[in-house]
Every structure is written in C-alpha cells, then in structure tokens.
Design a protein around this ligand. Structure first.
Ligand SMILES: Nc1ncnc2c1ncn2[C@@H]1O[C@H](COP(=O)(O)OP(=O)(O)OP(=O)(O)O)[C@@H](O)[C@H]1O
Ligand SMILES: [Mg+2]
Length: 276
C-alpha cells in the first residue's frame, strides 16, 4: 500500500535495519538507552547522516558538545556534514556553548570561517536550562519540516541535568510525542544514559513508542568492551528479539559483526593466562 510506504522509514544503519527489517512508523518517539561508551551518540550520528543522504531534513539538539566538535566527530566517522549545514538541511540547536558565552569566551579564531559558512543552520540556545526555549524550538522545527525530516536530541539526560525543572521536562517530552511525532509525523529520537534520573527512565520508556538498548556484551566484559544493540520495544513494528553485536568503523559507521566463539575462547584463555 502506498500509504504505508510513505508513513514508514528504514534507518539505513546496518545493525538497526537487521533488528527492524520493516522499518518503523514515522510518527514514533524512540529512546536510545545505555551506559556511557556503548555508542548512543555514534548511533544517533549515523541515523542523522543516513537521513540527510536520502534527502531528509535533520534537526539536531546538542547538549553535550558544540556544533564544531560534532562536525569533527562525524568527519572522523567518515560523515561530512558541512555541505548539509550550508544548505540548511541539517540544523543544530546548540545547548552547550552557553557555558562558554556566559564566561566570556570568544569562538576560536581559526574556525571563524567555518562558523560563517554554517551560521544560518546553527542556533545558539540563550538558556537551555529553560524548558520553554527547547519546546518552542521543537515545535517550530517540526512544523517547518512538513512531514519530511527528523528531530534528534543528544542527550535527554543532559537536558534533565541542567534543567531548572526536570518534572516539566518530562511533560515536554510527552508533549513532543503528541505534537512532533503524532501530529506532524516527524520521528523524534533521544539518547538517555543510565545512572542519572533513573526515576525518569521508566516513565520515559513507557511514554516512548520505541526503546533501543545498547550495552557491552556481559559474557566478554571482563576482557573486552564489545558493543551490542537490541530493540526492546517498537510499537507498530516487527523486531528481531535478540542482541546484535556491532563495531564502529571509520567510513562505514556501525557494522554488524558475527559473534565468533573463538574470540570468547580467546578472552577466557587470556583471563586464565593473567591469573597464572
Ligand atoms: N569516530 C569513531 N571512530 C571509531 N570509533 C568510534 C568513533 N566514535 C565513537 N566510537 C566508538 O564509540 C564509543 C563511544 O561512543 P559514544 O560517544 O557514542 O558513547 P555514548 O553511549 O554516547 O556515551 P555517553 O553516554 O557518555 O554519551 C567510543 O568509545 C568508541 O569505541
Ligand atoms: Mg553520548
């Protein structure tokens, strides 16, 4: 059915497409949950880049780093996002640089030329501790996208950490689900670290349409940090029920890797070796 094709999309991120072979409904709010270093930001970066490649508009709310540092990180992954920023296809809400501005730090001089090129696509939040500023940005972006784009937030935990009123932020997330995803048909995805605001974690999981978990393989964790991903819930979609192991590869992004039993043996062997 035509209707179905328009209203669903594939991430075009290798491990995620294996977990969700039919894609997901566009009107979804999805959380990416996991401890530090499991690859939440890198996953969101690739989701953004693939969306840009297929012609979508992406609005990225940055709470943990500056637009410049995000550009550099993505370039290291092999994703050149500067042309999309120049065209206005990628837009950043910078909720990090207020820390520098407040303390009177000027933008680094050697990057002034780059800043000039992308200035139309970067908005520096005046005070991201104020939930209203984030809300009006979300609503405006979703309205302007006209059903063809996505909104990403990295990370929601950081938003809770700085917010003067974390309780109302939870309301804002529920309002975003209603307005951004359900009304405007714009997928809204956020990352969430474990360990802070765990009381919000459960409310968020229930409020979201989808929950993606990232972790380090518990069987190997004593020796290696092997990243794994699974879909715990995705309303309206079939999903593979198991964990998929992945690596981050320059130029390719996230790639699925086969779990080799030999590696496990190697890990156990070295462990014994260490004990000797
Ligand atoms: N450009 C890259 N090239 C290779 N590996 C990378 C690259 N970027 C990230 N990684 C891998 O991903 C890991 C961290 O990923 P990421 O920053 O996405 O973690 P996170 O889950 O967002 O953590 P946090 O909760 O602290 O924000 C790194 O430790 C590294 O193994
Ligand atoms: Mg991160």
């Amino acid at each position: 059915m035509m209707y179905m094709n328009i209203e669903r999309f594939h991430f075009q991120v290798d491990p995620l497409d294996k977990l969700l072979p039919e894609g997901i409904p566009r009107n979804s709010m999805v959380g990416i949950f996991g401890e530090t270093g499991t690859g939440k930001s890198v996953l969101l970066n690739e989701i953004a880049y693939r969306a840009l490649q297929r012609g979508d508009t992406v609005s990225f709310i940055l709470l943990e780093d500056t637009p410049l540092s995000r550009i550099i990180n993505m370039e290291h992954l092999g994703f050149d996002i500067v042309p999309y920023l120049e065209k206005g296809k990628l837009r950043f809400l910078d909720c990090f640089s207020y820390r520098l501005t407040e303390r009177g730090f000027e933008f680094p001089e050697r990057f002034l030329d780059l800043r000039e090129r992308i200035k139309g696509s970067v908005i520096e939040a005046e005070d991201p501790r104020n939930v209203d500023e984030i809300w009006s940005h979300l609503e405006r972006e979703a309205r302007m996208m006209r059903g063809k784009g996505m909104i990403l937030m990295d990370s929601l935990t950081e938003c809770l950490t700085i917010s003067t009123d974390p309780g109302s932020l939870l309301d804002l997330i529920k309002a975003s689900k209603a307005v951004v995803s359900k009304y405007y048909f714009i997928p809204f995805m956020y990352t969430f670290h474990f360990g802070f605001f765990d009381e919000f974690r459960y409310a968020l999981e229930v409020a979201s349409d989808g929950v993606i978990d990232l972790r380090f393989d518990p069987d190997l964790i004593k020796m290696y940090l092997v990243k794994q991903m699974r879909v715990r819930r995705m309303s309206g979609s079939y999903h593979y029920p198991g964990w998929i192991t992945f690596e981050v590869e320059r130029g390719k992004g996230l790639v699925t890797v086969e779990v080799k039993k030999g590696n496990e043996k190697l890990a156990k062997g070295s462990e014994r070796g260490l004990k000797k």
